[in-house]
Design a protein around this ligand. Sequence first.
Ligand code: NOJ
Length: 557
Amino acid sequence: MKKAWWKEAVVYQIYPRSFMDSNGDGIGDLNGITEKLDYLKELGIDVIWLSPVYQSPNDDNGYDISDYQAIMTEFGTMEDYDRMLARAHELGIKIMMDLVVNHTSDEHAWFVESRKSVDNPYRDFYIWRKGKEDGKEPNNWGSCFSGSAWKYDEQTDMYFLHLFSKKQPDLNWDNPKVRDHVFDMMNWWCEKGIDGFRMDVISLISKPEGLPDGIPGENGYADSGCANGPHVHEYLQEMNRKVLSKYDLITVGEAAGVTLEEAKKYANADGSELNMVFQFEHVSGSEHEKTHYGKWDGHKMPLPEWKANLSKWQTGLSHEAWNSLYLSNHDQPRSVSRYGNDSEEYRERSAKLLATCLHMMQGTPYVYQGEELGMCNAYFDNLEDYRDIESINAYHELTEQCGVSHEEMMGYLKRISRDNARTPMQWDDSKNAGFTTGTPWLKVNSNYPEVNAKAQVNDPDSVFSYYKKLIRLRHENEIIVYGDYELLEAESEETFIYKRTYENEHLMVLCNFTDHEVSVTDAVMGQIPDGAEKLIANYADDMGQTLRPYEAKVYRY
Ligand code: NOJ
């Protein structure tokens, strides 16, 4: 397998709005990030994925960009950005920018022009269509943020497409001028010295020919069917030729709806497109479960199916492409609440278990801010505490149009809302967890007096120290990066056990996903020779064949 620095790296995602506020306005900012770079150096990560920091009216917290070459006023200035970049580089940390180019903000100059008239030079930068004969939307596609994916614009008596919010019109990638403008902007950032791009919903940029109706769901709207569209690989190869191949970058494409076969194209080892993709299968509901309301009324995937899924990606991409490894990000609930156990008794243990299980796999691991502390879901009781446009729109659609009760919907939000992951970073036990001296834009999780960075950084048994060790082990052991993967005991509903093999070495990773004791089979134990080295474990002592609640341990031999 070809070696590469981005295969050996560990990425840390910063959601700037919630990371660190340096000026007391309740909103995280760039100077706040710069202040905390030493903390990240201590953790040992190699790359920061910075969620969008560009100028934006914040309909979707920066994923609606009105100027790609300016910094969001609330986050600081371009000078602050340059200072942050320089300091990160001084510490040996690379910066990966979020590239949001499936859509812009409706306040972007291109869209402001585009909507003026049908013959404006920017008209074809976006996707405009006449309404149907009865004046209705051009097709039945639904927006990912509820309602139709089309918005009527009186000025020219036409609709524009927005797969996300009404303030996020989709760019028309079939227009070569759009591609050139995007590539120029990317080159500008690369010349500035950034180190990579995380590409927002990049699998959606090429729309299907004729924009055909889909099969409507419970709310009357259909999935757009834009995932992995007809020209997506052609456009990414062009991007690769005109931008990516000119620099030494790390690139990851967010690829909703990506299959294994498609991922082998996006992340092909030949380097013609991107380094890796974020696939969504393991953070989705069960394949066998039918939900009425998409992600909202879904359940946790049963362990055997989850293992089979992650393992399919491990073996399926091996030697042909490359995996990204993640359980959390700003769009998912907190992993310890979702896949572990966030009770007082098991929070730390299960946070370490999840980290072990993920970080011992093949691929590039991503740590989402606060995951290294075992931060939990917010579980807000009141709708007024939510800020996320997806959650608020879904609340209204489901309760007002689909007959879901308030109580039921609040339960869905507690379980899966994106705001669970967006509460401010918990730095210490002072007011507002040390995140801000002002009023935080989103409430701080009430468990901050116990769960915070200050309490963990110098504690050798903390979740933070455990992550630090996992990251160091990856840097020191090629087997963790490059070793082949094999799932054992696939049918077990209690354990996740797998083996890694590289040259003549093996790792055995044993994880108990339950809150009770489990006995490992003789078949597995028999493979671990006496004298095998215990690389890492989340209990201090060892009970051999017996795994205690949420126990995780890794042997090398
Ligand atoms: C995916 C991003 O991760 C999410 O936060 C955002 O809302 C959508 N793309 C739209 O940009």
